[in-house]
Design a protein around this ligand. Sequence first.
Ligand code: SAM
Length: 285
Amino acid sequence: MNYRHIYHAGNFADVMKHALLAWLIAYLGRKETPFRLIDTHAGIGLYDLDADEAQRTGEADGGVGLIETPFSPAIEEALAPYRAALAAVRARYGARAYPGSPAIARELLRRQDRGVFVELHPADADVLAVRFNSVANLKVLHLDGWTALSSLIPPKEKRGLVLIDPPFEKAGELDRLVERMLAAARKWPTGVYVGWYPIKYPKEIDRAAAGFADLARPALRLELTIDRPGPEPRLVGCGLFVINPPYTLAETAGRLLPALAERLGREGRGGSRIEAIGAAGEGRS
Ligand code: SAM
């Protein structure tokens, strides 16, 4: 387990993932009934952008560092939950703190909701436990996220959100992501599933996305690219597969992602994609 998220905290991929994650949590919070959030690859939950590792890559400068200036009101509306989580974390831990998915969940879940954060790296799981286990409605588990995904669903709540955000260190991770998302949706059909992936070879993503074609539930493929792919493999973007997206997610992403592409893209080479990939269209109410 070599992947350390501190090197990438607050980069363009985090901005995309966290802005949509925060929007989804806020969306689920519009109904009074409780919901469950399951984060299968949680990391340490909170990052210091002044830490040596973060400074060494400077990736946050090309991510969260570029969105401090407000966008138009329509974009800010879509970004509002993410901005609220960022502000709360900065107020709690200082101006250079950056929230990982667990800290975003901590700020946006309500008292009646529950969050479960799973992390396999022993030291990271310890840090996560110290940070979040004392919060009444949060629980940290030191486990393999893929095993946890199937053992934690269905939860007792009918509604919920599962974030699957693996490090993509191993070959076959993209296929595994699609397979496990589909299996989870069979086991707990009412959950909303969000699976993150990096974009190096767009064709590989097309092939993986085809795996959702027979899914009898709505599903989306949402992407942000900051550069065009070249002959050498390099990270040019990232995406989220979403099963059971709320029906307004496609419209929201259609507003937000082009604006992020314009702001975060390298010399005008940013792009975005919003596509229905399941057999049942793009969203549900
Ligand atoms: N979700 C986090 C966020 O948005 O702030 C970032 C997660 S980072 C991309 C991936 C994490 O998965 C790393 O902290 C890594 O230690 C952890 N990890 C790697 N393999 C794992 C596994 N099999 N089960 C659970 N966690 C794993």
